[in-house]
Design a binder for this molecule. Structure first.
Ligand code: P6P
Length: 338
């Protein structure tokens, strides 16, 4: 393939900067920092098996989950890439109990963006060589520039996101993101370390036949969700559904975006508020989902309209093809309120 035919991510970011006449270039530099970190994490993920950095460090993160070495490394790589470039005033990460205040090297707290991230989602899959991903969400701070960032800068509803995206470290590495004007996917050519625009203007199909849910939790599903799964398995469906669940949100969501499908993580006995985190998993995925024509809900409310109360709060999530999400919501309306 003659890559020079394809626009690079760097060219795309600069082109889009021109869409924002008042752009100072700070946002462009922020996206470029994320691009760099993605390449560095990709290098580590791809050699995890031989670099003897797989396996838990033995420490636990705030979620009480064993921290895989690559979790910690990915977190450090993204934090360093963002911190060294005067592009953010604060970072919140799944791997850090509290948010991080980033001071601007030139002038105190002059940067106006905050980044929330899950640096390596699905990391329990690393040791079994299954795709994992980074998820990020970007907001403008609401507290005054020039002062240290505060918790409220991070507790904004998803509708306030200025950008969101993920990197999927899979059979190929892709960076998929939105700034509110559609979703675009870029594939990394590892030989030259360049992301190329491979999936312009991504649109999730209105209907699909793939459902992603951990049916090991079936005993705690509501009657409406049980009814939906029975619908998916019914022999009366013209086109049979397929169950696909990788245990890695970014991988399941990415596949559903391209092929059509629904990802569900409802409240369960072990995760009564749902397992996925609102701020750095559900909101960015919801932004991408809606920007590509899908729906993202907690079963009742639009994910992006939920007013956050805690940095690491969890919510149930149903996201994907609008037709499929409407179907499960309808059955929950009928059966769960009966
Ligand atoms: P379970 C990974 O830990 C994650 O946050 C998502 O990426 C994934 O979809 C889900 O949790 C898997 O959770 O309980 O089914 O193993």
């Amino acid at each position: 393939m003659n890559n020079s035919n394809f626009q690079t991510l760097g060219e795309f970011i600069i082109d889009k900067q021109e869409d924002f006449s008042l752009s100072t270039g700070e946002f462009t530099r922020l996206l470029s920092a994320i691009r760099l970190a993605a390449k560095l994490v990709n290098k580590e993920v791809n050699k995890a098996g031989i670099a003897n950095i797989i396996g838990a460090m033995g420490s636990e993160n705030i979620q009480g989950e064993n921290q895989q070495k690559l979790d910690v490394l990915a977190n450090d790589i993204f934090i360093n890439a963002l911190t060294q470039r005067d592009v953010v005033c604060g970072i919140a990460s799944e791997e850090n109990d509290d948010f991080i205040i980033i001071n601007n090297k030139k002038q105190d707290h002059q940067s106006k963006y905050v980044v929330l991230m899950d640096p390596l989602d699905g990391s329990s899959n690393i040791d079994v060589n299954v795709s994992v991903g980074t998820i990020f969400s970007i907001y403008k701070r609401i507290s005054p520039v020039g002062s240290p960032v505060i918790l409220e800068d991070f507790l904004q509803p998803g509708t306030e996101q200025v950008a969101a995206g993920y990197i999927i470290y899979g059979s190929s590495t892709m960076l998929v993101y939105t700034t509110g004007n559609g979703v675009n996917g870029f594939t990394l050519d590892p030989e030259i370390g360049t992301f190329y625009l491979s999936h312009p203007n991504m649109k999730i199909p209105e209907k699909g036949s793939i459902y992603s849910i951990n049916e090991g939790n079936s005993k705690s599903f509501s009657p409406g969700i049980t009814a939906y799964l029975e619908h998916c398995k019914s022999s009366e469906n013209k086109k049979p559904y397929s169950a696909r669940y990788i245990g890695s949100l970014v991988s399941d969501f990415h596949r559903n975006m391209i092929k059509g499908g629904i990802y569900m993580y409802p409240a369960t006995e072990s995760s009564p508020k749902g397992k996925l985190r609102l701020l750095y998993e559900c909101n960015p995925i919801a932004f991408l989902c809606e920007q590509s024509g899908g729906i993202a809900t907690d079963g009742t409310n639009r994910i992006m309209e939920i007013i956050p109360s805690e940095l690491h709060q969890r919510v149930p999530v149903f996201c994907g093809c609008s037709g499929m999400v409407k179907d499960v919501m309808q059955l929950m309306e009928i059966h769960d309120n009966a």
